[in-house]
Design a protein around this ligand. Structure first.
Ligand SMILES: Cc1cc2nc3c(=O)[nH]c(=O)nc-3n(C[C@H](O)[C@H](O)[C@H](O)COP(=O)(O)O)c2cc1C
Length: 328
């Protein structure tokens, strides 16, 4: 199979994987992503401590049993022993891979020495990987940034150290912590890391189009790409990129009825898993992304935000679909 990537003993169907995104890549959205055939999907980041305390909301983030494809569970923490215990729990729950978060820029995470703060402490970052690798049978991967700041770009040196500690793959998001999500990702850093380690490297940052993904992959010489904000409201990007990577024709963009069907299915699952009120609230941003660029999308978004219950929201979506069908 072309573009096959192996992470430890996990064989991915292709080299297009989808990013962990807190508040976004929950189970209903992951179910939509699986339909597009990615090589791997990630959970939202999960706090190691909260997991070991068996916090109910945290355990819900680990609802991965029976998903259609392999799922990497991403853990966030700063203590090797707590991370190891959390990794064992995730393994028991069906994780295909444990991913360690070394990229989160949020101040409250950094303050605890977690996320991108680990890039400032290569020794601790390496120790975490070493102990987690020892604690579980499944592969352990790392997701990092280019560095903490422009003055401190250390992805290559950290990648080499975590590889030596047993990491089976590395994702590099080509921004620094100080950039948060602003500016452009620097794919030269991805290229440098890919040249220096033997495990698969996934490049991440600013992929919104299939051709763009191919260009970035070729420039960086990495094993695959990880898609972040580009899949928000557009899970179809996965299959478009996978097709282009395999030199197949790019599938047509989804029709409005396909988009509406996807929204309704995802909404139904959100409500099923989280209840009507929370499910509707969680879906609002997704719906806004799905309909972005369509006629009267802003008006529709305001309407949706007023919907009080599921039947009302479904009726709004159906009416909007009819309105769009009439125009086209
Ligand atoms: C809303 C949001 C939530 C995110 N949550 C996580 C997370 O939980 N773990 C993580 O490693 N990265 C997280 N990220 C970063 C993405 O995984 C990705 O690295 C980043 O968005 C860059 O890729 P992009 O330019 O394709 O969006 C998040 C990004 C966004 C926008």
């Amino acid at each position: 199979m072309k573009n096959q990537v192996k992470i430890g003993d996990v064989i991915l169907a292709n080299n297009v994987i989808t990013a962990p995104m807190a508040g976004i890549t929950d189970r209903p959205f992951r179910e939509e992503l699986h339909k597009m055939g990615p090589g791997l999907v990630f959970t939202e980041m999960i706090s190691d401590k909260a997991l070991t305390y068996k916090n109910c909301n945290t355990l819900a983030l680990l609802d991965i049993k029976g998903e259609e494809g392999p799922v990497a569970v991403q853990l966030c923490g700063s203590e090797p022993q707590v991370m190891s215990r959390a990794a064992q729990i995730a393994e028991e729950m069906g994780a295909a891979i444990i991913d360690i978060n070394m990229g989160c820029p949020a101040p409250k995470i950094i303050k605890n020495g977690e996320g991108a703060a680990l890039m400032l402490d290569e020794e601790m970052a390496t120790e975490i990987v070493k102990q987690v690798v020892r604690a579980v049978r499944i592969p352990v991967t790392v997701k990092m940034r280019a560095g903490f700041s422009q003055a401190n770009i250390n992805a290559t040196s950290l990648a080499q150290k975590v590889e030596a500690a047993g990491a089976a793959a590395i994702t590099v998001h080509g921004r620094t912590r100080d950039q948060f999500y602003h500016g452009l990702a620097d794919w030269q850093v991805v290229q440098k890391v890919a040249a220096k380690v033997s495990v698969p490297v996934f490049g991440n940052g600013d992929i919104y189009e299939a051709q763009d993904a191919l260009g970035k992959l070729q420039m960086a010489g990495c094993a695959g790409v990880m898609l972040g904000r580009g899949i928000q409201g557009n899970p179809w990007l996965v299959q478009q990129i996978a097709a282009v990577m395999q030199k197949n024709p790019e599938p047509a963009k989804p029709s409005i009825s396909e988009i509406m069907l996807t929204i309704k299915r995802q909404l139904g699952r959100e409500v099923e898993l989280d209840g009507e009120e929370r499910g509707i609230r969680k879906m609002r941003k997704h719906i806004a992304w799905y309909i972005k660029g369509y006629r009267n999308a802003a008006l529709m978004r305001n309407k949706i935000n007023q919907a009080q219950n599921l039947p009302e929201l479904l009726a709004m979506l159906t009416a909007y679909e009819q309105e769009l069908q009439q125009v086209n």
